[in-house]
Design a binder for this molecule. Structure first.
Ligand code: LM2
Ligand code: CA
Length: 481
């Protein structure tokens, strides 16, 4: 009877509708945004700079996001697909997402809202066009020739597989010295190349950037990244993209000396628990599952690659996706990164753009999904902030799809992903007595809650009914006066 259901879309939508509404967009707070413990990253994939700036002011800051991760800002090859951003034509900060001045203004605006900026830095390679061309900002380039930047001697030619391409991920040399999908692979062991890459990153640091997501990190030896890091003009947050592959010689743990690393197993396993196994198994989710140490990991339900490649939950899963993000934001493993997508039907489809492929301003009702604004996800960011440093306590599960846990003394989440409501029972939250906003169904602001209020008694218990595929969450940052 507990075999996993195949939910009809219509049925699921009815039940989880409340999980999908976007949160109210509040006016920016008068006081400066709080700082310190805000760890949650919002990946505003392919957003242009003016739209990122206003989102920092209107949503990310007020909702408590600590970081915004933006798509690659450097000049790229021309075209409509989103992935042109991953083919640098030069290091000019000029792209379909905006000019250098717009980028600078975005960084300043985000900082004023208390949000730090992480840049997706493409440094393993340049373009993949055999015939070269002209980049977005007018720079001409050849496959192995970027005037004033790199010439043929600055690239690897591994001489394997007929076209220098990577085929065998069980061969360390090949993964790091051959070409990832024909992308001209930089000689990151050369001091000149390292200095040139550091020059680009230092330019971004001079614009106020706070950190980098290092694209294709697995394709660069950890020592090469360390050497580039050593050339940075000041310290910056680093998160390295190293996709775990079972049995591969290059392991994510090799990179933790440089900074954080993305834990790709997290989203895949979480999807499996929701889709075909049991939420009860999440009791020891994290390092005990063989993952990176919590303090070195960035956790995510999906990112721009995995949402296209499958095997994870995405916005297309609706309520399950909201619940998976709620779990991630409540559970103390790694630094959580929330994905924010443009809607797509084809893998290569670019973001909403004009006839010249310039990215249009984001509108969260058309062409863009804005998962980071979904009520459940946006409100659980404040839960994450309010519970920093508190251990998991009071774990409960029914053996299957109903789980609950507290973050000692600060917050409590219960998820019921059964196909039936759980009614007439109480939960031990262990938070101070009082009235709390159920932030899964209501927004908290100015001392009031737009949804259901949960009353915790003097012994730390509360009573609640929880619908099928739904949840309840309370935390001390959303306690009514
Ligand atoms: C990444 N991390 O390591 C990015 O997260 C991922 O999105 C990038 O691939 C990849 N590494 C390179 O930076 C994407 C996209 C590819 C696309 C590349 C380059 O997933 O499909 O490749 O960017 O734009 C495309 C074509 C491919 C072609 C290549 C070069 O799909 O068929 O290869 O361009 O022209 C012949
Ligand atoms: Ca490489």
């Amino acid at each position: 009877m507990h075999r996993r259901r195949c939910r009809s879309a219509v049925l699921a939508l009815g039940m989880i509708a409340s999980l999908l509404v976007p949160t109210a967009v509040a006016a920016p707070p008068a006081a400066a945004a709080p700082s310190g413990t805000r760890k949650v990253i919002a990946q505003l994939f392919e957003w242009n700079w003016p739209s990122v700036a206003s989102e920092c002011t209107n949503v990310l800051g007020p909702k408590g996001y600590g970081y915004v991760q933006v798509s690659p800002p450097q000049e790229h090859v021309k075209g409509n697909p989103w992935w042109v951003a991953y083919q640098p034509a030069s290091y000019r900060v000029e792209s379909r997402k905006g000019t250098r001045a717009q980028f600078q203004s975005m960084v300043n605006t985000c900082h004023a809202a208390g949000v730090k900026v992480i840049v997706d830095a493409v440094i393993n390679h340049m373009s993949g066009q055999d015939n070269g061309g002209t980049g977005w900002a007018g720079s001409s380039y050849g496959h192995y020739d970027y005037p004033g930047i790199y010439q043929t001697q600055d690239f690897h030619h591994c001489g394997r597989n007929g076209g220098d391409d990577i085929v065998n991920y069980n061969d360390r040399y090949e993964v790091q010295n051959c070409e990832l999908v024909n992308l001209a692979d930089l000689k990151t062991e050369s001091d000149y190349v390292r200095s040139r890459i550091a020059g680009y990153l230092n330019d971004l640091l001079s614009l106020g950037v706070d950190g980098f997501r290092l694209d294709a990190s697995k394709h660069m030896p950890a020592g090469d990244i360390a050497a580039i890091k050593g050339k940075l003009s000041r310290s910056a947050y680093l998160v390295q993209e190293v996709i775990y592959g079972a049995g591969e010689p290059i392991q994510p743990t090799e990179y933790t000396g440089n900074g954080d690393v993305h834990e790709f197993r997290y989203g895949k396993d979480l999807a499996r628990m929701f889709n075909s196994e049991r939420l009860a198994y999440l009791k020891n989710f994290g390092a005990a599952w063989g993952y990176l140490p919590s303090g070195s990991a960035v956790a995510f339900v999906d990112n721009h690659d995995t949402q296209r490649d499958g095997g994870v939950l995405t916005y297309k899963n609706g309520g399950s996706y909201a619940l998976a993000n709620a779990f991630m934001l409540a559970w103390p493993y790694g630094s959580p990164a929330v994905m924010s997508s443009f809607t797509f039907s084809g893998k290569d489809q670019g973001p909403p753009s004009d006839a010249n492929n310039k990215t249009l301003n984001t509108t969260c009702y058309s062409g863009w999904e804005c998962e980071h604004r979904w009520r459940v996800i946006a409100n659980m960011v404040a839960f994450n902030n309010a519970t920093q440093g508190a251990a998991v306590a009071n774990w409960y599960d029914n053996g299957y799809q109903h789980i609950a846990f507290s973050r000692a003394g600060r917050g409590y989440l219960t998820i019921n992903d059964e196909g039936f409501a759980v009614t007439g029972r109480s939960y031990y939250a262990g938070v101070p007595a009082g009235r709390y906003c159920d932030v899964i169904h209501g927004d908290f602001g100015n001392g009031s809650c737009s949804g259901p209020v949960i009353t915790v008694d003097s012994s730390g218990w509360f009573a609640a009914n929880i619908n099928a595929h739904d949840a309840v969450a309370v935390h001390i940052g959303a306690k009514l006066p």
